[in-house]
Design a protein around this ligand. Structure first.
Ligand code: ZN
Length: 293
């Protein structure tokens, strides 16, 4: 499916940014283009909405999987626990409690943390396996439908942790945010950052391009441009310091078939130093957005 107009500014002239491939499932090649007008990067052409599902079937997609058999999975589970506490720390810096919507809530670890701290929670998760775990393990209120117009009332916080890059209807989603967010509410978006050191180092092997299931490839500037178009402004950004290591390991695996722990840790540390002291940002970033007025 070819995108004829830039999802952010509607311009129709694009340049090729990079060609990479689906390393996990199909091994097919895909192209990421950048808009000549606003520099927004997106996968083009991309699979049609109906065909996108088949690219998600992979052993590597462990974010919906609670197993901890190997050393790598054990570390991943530990990091996930740290990450859950970090995410909760961020939302509680804005509100002591309230109503939260987590879009793409996965197995519900983060929402369960919120629920245990007296937040009223609502989750959306299209994957049945993950959704069933969230419901059965934590007794959470989780919908399978991604149609946000079905939701009632307002939310103080709307979160999308590594989800916005997967959403086919980007602008419709942001229009819905306007309907669903309370007056002083915050939208929290975590996405990979294509200007990070590890993105530039690994080029077409950078695992966070994750083609073709990542439809958009964000930078801080493109997040701001997209959200400003819908009446939101950036309040705060935060780096995700663990992602550089995880992404570097997967990228190394794309190059050599091995995770190459030592080198991945080295690249991850450099990426985090660039995130801390440079201007291009961390491997993945969290953006907090609120209404412009
Ligand atoms: Zn554009």
């Amino acid at each position: 499916m070819e995108i004829k107009n830039c999802p952010v500014c509607n311009n129709s002239n694009f340049s090729n940014h990079i060609e990479s491939k689906d390393f996990s499932v199909s091994k097919e090649s895909f192209i990421i283009v950048s808009c000549d007008e606003c520099n927004f990067h997106f996968t083009n052409p991309r699979p049609s909405d109906e065909n996108l599902g088949k690219y998600y079937i992979s052993d590597h997609y462990i974010s919906h999987n609670n197993s901890s058999r190997t050393f790598f999975e054990k570390v991943y589970q530990l990091v996930r626990k740290f990450a859950t506490n970090g995410k909760f720390g961020l939302i509680s810096s804005f509100f002591s409690s309230g109503r939260i919507l987590d879009i793409g809530c996965g197995t519900g670890d983060f929402l369960n943390k919120c629920k245990s701290k007296n937040w009223e929670t609502k989750g959306i998760e299209p994957s049945k396996i993950a959704r069933d775990q969230a419901i059965n393990n934590y007794n959470l209120d989780v919908e399978g439908s991604t149609d946000l117009s079905q939701l009632d009332g307002e939310f103080d916080i709307i979160t999308m942790w590594h989800v916005l890059e997967h959403v086919p209807n980007l602008n419709e989603t942001l229009v819905q945010f306007n309907q669903l967010l309370s007056k002083k509410g915050k939208i929290i978006i975590a996405v990979p950052n294509l200007e990070s050191y590890d993105a530039k180092y690994y080029k077409e092997y950078w695992a966070a391009y994750d083609l073709p299931i990542h439809l958009y490839h964000f930078s801080k500037k493109s997040i701001c441009t997209l959200f400003e178009k819908h009446g939101f402004s950036l309040r705060k950004t935060k780096g995700m310091k663990f992602d550089s290591f995880y992404v570097s390991m997967l990228s190394e695996e794309h190059i050599s078939g091995k995770k190459n722990f030592i080198k991945s840790i080295f690249v991850g540390i450099i990426s985090n130093l660039y995130g801390l002291f440079g201007k291009d940002g961390f491997s993945s970033c969290i953006y907090v957005l609120e209404r412009s007025k």
